[in-house]
Design a protein around this ligand. Structure first.
Ligand code: IPE
Ligand code: IPE
Ligand code: MG
Length: 248
C-alpha cells in the first residue's frame, strides 16, 4: 500500500490524497519588507495554519511539509536558534488546536538533533493526536531524503535478511512514511525548481508544481491553483495515454 507505484496504476482522485510542500521563500519575503528573516518565518507559520485548514476543508487526507532540512543547520547560528524557538512555540501553542480539529500530527526526521524539550513536545503531540483521522499533518524536521533511505537500509540490514530477497516494497516499508500513500502532488513555493533533499523515494511518480509565490503569501487561491494544475495532468505511470484513457 505504501508504494502503489510499484504495483498497479494507482487511482487518481480529483483531490490529491497526499500533498507534500517545500515551504520556501520566508527569508526573501522578509527581506523585501526590510524585516529580519525570522519575521518571514513567523509569517510562514501563519501561512501553514491557513493551508492546513484549507487542506482539511478540501478533503486532502495527508499533508506533509518541509520545515527544516538536515542541511539547514548550515545557516547562521542565530537564524537556527530562532527557528528552533519558533518550532518550540508552535509545538506549545498550535497542537491543542490541531487536536480540536481532528488533525493527527507527526514529525519525520532525525529527532536526536533537537533539544530534549522539543523532542518531548513532539512525543506528547504525536501521542495526543494519534487517533485523529481528519487529516494527517506530517512535519519534516531535520529531515533529508537521503537520511531516510539510509535509515531504512540500516533497519533492513539489522533484520539479517538475505540480500537476494530485498525488494523495493521491503525498503519502502522501512521509510519514514511507510504507512502513507505516496504524495500525489508536490508543491514548492519561492521560485526554486529543485527537491533540496526532501522526499526522494516517495516522489518518484508525484506531480511536481513550482510557484514563484513566496511561502508567507501562499493562500487558499494559490493552493487551489496548484490543485487545479494537478487535476489537469494525465498520470500515466509508464503507460500510454491511450491505455490510461481506456482504463478510466
Ligand atoms: C524556508 O524559507 C524556510 C526554511 C528553510 C526554514 P527560507 O528561509 O529558505 O527563505 P528564502 O529561501 O531564504 O527566501
Ligand atoms: C528547503 O529550503 C528546506 C525547507 C523549506 C525547510 P531551502 O531554502 O533550505 O533550500 P535550498 O537551500 O534553497 O535548496
Ligand atoms: Mg530557501
Amino acid at each position: 500500500m505504501s508504494t502503489p507505484t510499484l504495483k498497479a496504476t494507482p487511482a487518481n482522485p480529483d483531490v490529491p490524497r497526499h500533498i507534500a510542500i517545500i515551504m520556501d521563500g520566508n527569508g526573501r519575503w522578509a527581506k523585501r519588507r526590510l524585516m529580519p528573516r525570522v519575521a518571514g518565518h513567523r509569517k510562514g507559520v501563519e501561512a501553514l495554519r491557513g493551508v492546513i485548514r484549507a487542506c482539511a476543508e478540501r478533503g486532502v487526507a495527508n499533508l506533509t511539509v518541509f520545515a527544516f532540512s538536515s542541511e539547514n543547520w548550515r545557516r547562521p547560528q542565530d537564524e537556527v536558534t530562532l527557528l528552533m524557538e519558533l518550532f518550540m512555540r508552535a509545538l506549545e501553542n498550535e497542537v491543542a488546536k490541531l487536536h480540536e480539529n481532528g488533525i493527527r500530527f507527526r514529525v519525520i526526521g532525525d529527532l536526536s538533533g533537537f533539544s530534549e524539550r522539543i523532542q518531548a513536545l513532539i512525543r506528547d503531540a504525536e501521542a495526543l493526536t494519534r487517533d485523529n483521522t481528519r487529516l494527517v499533518l506530517t512535519v519534516a524536521a531535520n529531515y533529508g531524503g537521503r537520511w531516510d533511505v539510509v535509515q531504512a537500509v540500516k533497519k533492513l540490514m539489522a533484520s539479517n535478511l538475505d540480500p537476494a530477497d530485498v525488494s523495493e516494497e521491503m525498503l519502502a516499508q522501512q521509510l519514514s512514511m511507510a504507512d502513507m500513500p505516496e504524495p500525489d502532488l508536490f508543491i514548492r513555493t519561492g521560485g526554486e525548481q529543485r527537491i533540496s533533499n526532501f522526499l526522494l523515494w516517495q516522489l518518484a511518480y508525484t506531480e511536481l508544481y513550482f510557484t514563484d509565490a513566496l511561502w508567507p503569501d501562499f493562500d487558499n487561491a494559490a493552493l487551489d491553483a496548484a490543485i487545479a494544475s494537478y487535476r489537469a495532468r494525465e498520470r500515466r505511470f509508464g503507460r500510454t495515454s491511450e491505455q490510461v484513457r481506456a482504463a478510466s
